[in-house]
Design a protein around this ligand. Structure first.
Ligand code: HEM
Length: 228
């Protein structure tokens, strides 16, 4: 986690990094979400080069929302089963394939122990026993663990290979392999990284079209971290 944050900070800062400059008053004709401003673009490119992963064109022109509250955030739950995950993503116009490909974003980063600790100590039979012991040790020392502990700062398909071994960190990760209806896709991505990259790019583009705001119901934030 520290390594990921160090790499991201070095490459231009996390979106909520108070030290990050350059997200003030962008025009609608330039990227408003998902792309850094012009003077930062080379740095963003460096993030991709450092982490690997697919390169795809981000559609531009979204306006920012005028309201941002904790209660308005809708997220899937870490212990959702396949039906619940599918139901959540279907409401966004995304398929099961999209959902599995997007979950592959968990090839990067970390999660707090509170999101997965309840699965350890044999309480979740889908968890590999040695991974269980490893996580108990990790959470005794620190408060988080990598979502993909083989290549935590590399964007690749090892996340799917870990699911095959019962080493998915979150319940919503591991269920993709436990449930036979999604296992075939996990198996496929685990041996076909190129297809995973392609499907991930397609799904990210679809995700970027969800709830697009225009000048009618959105705004261009003076500071991207806060509504005007
Ligand atoms: C399928 C349903 C999903 C669930 C239940 C879920 C849940 C979570 C949780 C609980 C964390 C840890 C947060 C923390 O400890 O603060 C996390 C981290 C992360 N998620 Fe997801 N997520 C899902 C889908 C996605 C999608 C679709 C993406 C992107 C396309 C994504 C990208 C990430 C990344 C990159 C991290 C690491 C963040 C960091 O290290 O700071 N996740 N996710």
């Amino acid at each position: 986690m520290a390594e990921l944050r160090r790499l991201l900070a070095e490459a231009g800062g996390l979106p909520d990094d108070p030290g990050r400059q350059g997200c003030r008053g962008q025009r609608p004709s330039v990227p408003l979400q998902g792309v850094l401003p012009r003077h930062n673009r080379p740095r963003r490119k460096r993030v991709r080069l450092q982490s690997g992963g697919p390169n795809y064109t981000v559609e531009l022109g979204r306006y920012d929302g005028k309201i941002s509250t904790r209660n308005s955030v809708m997220l899937p739950h870490v212990d959702d089963n396949l039906d619940s995950l599918n139901a959540f993503f279907y409401t966004l116009g995304l398929s099961q394939i999209d959902m599995i490909a997007l979950s592959g974003a968990h090839t990067l980063g970390a999660a707090d122990c509170g999101f997965f600790q309840h699965r350890t100590k044999g309480r979740d039979p889908s968890m590999n026993p040695s991974f269980d012991a490893q996580l108990q040790g990790t959470c005794a020392r620190q408060n988080s663990a990598f979502l993909d502990d083989v290549t935590p700062v590399g964007f690749d398909n090892s996340y799917f290979q870990l699911l095959q071994k019962g080493r998915g960190l979150l319940g919503s990760d591991q269920v993709l392999y436990t449930d036979e209806r999604s296992r075939g896709t996990v198996d496929y991505y685990s041996s076909n990284q190129g297809t995973f990259f392609y499907d991930f790019s397609v799904a990210m583009t679809k995700l970027g079209r969800v709830g697009v705001k225009t000048a009618v119901d959105g705004e261009i934030r003076r500071d991207c971290r806060y509504p005007n």
